[in-house]
Design a protein around this ligand. Structure first.
Ligand SMILES: [Zn+2]
Length: 219
């Protein structure tokens, strides 16, 4: 899942409009931000098997440190502490922690049964929505569209830079996500990991876009 995680971030902004969208994106994608460095360090393993699932050629052999449910809870707590230290309001830090865990839940819907509950010997779960391209596009796409409407419902652009930064982020992320099943698979797990590191850009980009929006006045 990709834009589905961003959808959750946009929804978080609706709940806590005074906190930067960058925090919410950092929270909902924390597990995917940690994953590429772990791959490069050899701590976690992925294989590229074209056709493994309709929507993705990735076989997640092991990713307990970035993607187990227990670790998601710990990463959520760590991000909440970091956010509190950066003076994010206490209530919003709880929301950030919940968003980190939401990543596991959304991945659980789309991944094959490969998501561990904890590091070590653990059951591995997943509902495998990625076996269906239309199912993935419709369900994740609807989530994404609904969240954009929610965000624009509470945020108003200031000047031209707002729509440019926000919609460029939306369009590029949508294109990367929706074209996935038709792109050539990555050349190697290492190439994939380096490419996945680009995902870190989305956090400051979202924060930058959000800075060019202001909270709509309540009616
Ligand atoms: Zn993930």
């Amino acid at each position: 899942m990709f834009v589905g995680h961003l959808a959750v971030a946009l929804a978080g902004k609706r709940v806590s409009p005074t906190v930067s969208l960058g925090w919410f994106v950092a929270a909902s994608t924390t597990l995917d931000l940690l994953w590429p460095p772990y791959l490069l360090a050899g701590i976690e393993q992925v294989r590229i098997v074209p056709g493994a699932m309709a929507f993705s050629p990735l076989v997640f052999d092991a990713y307990p440190w970035s993607h187990s449910l227990v670790m998601a809870g710990l990463w959520g707590a760590a991000l909440a502490v970091l956010a509190r230290w950066r003076r994010v309001p206490a209530k919003a830090t709880l929301l950030l922690a919940a968003l980190v865990v939401s990543h596991w839940v959304l991945d659980f819907i789309v991944h094959a049964p490969d998501l561990p509950l904890w590091p070590g010997r653990s059951p591995r779960l997943g509902l495998a929505l990625w076996n269906s391209i239309p199912g993935t596009l419709v369900i994740e796409g609807l989530l994404w569209m609904a969240s954009i409407i929610l965000y624009l419902g509470v945020s108003q652009a200031r000047g031209w830079l707002g729509p440019v930064t926000f919609w460029s982020l939306v369009l590029i992320c949508t294109a990367m996500w929706a074209s996935g099943p038709w792109l050539a698979p990555p050349a190697s797990p290492r190439a994939l990991a380096w490419f996945a590191l680009i995902g870190w850009i989305v956090v400051p980009w979202a924060a930058w876009a959000d800075r060019n929006y202001m909270q709509r006045a309540a009616v």
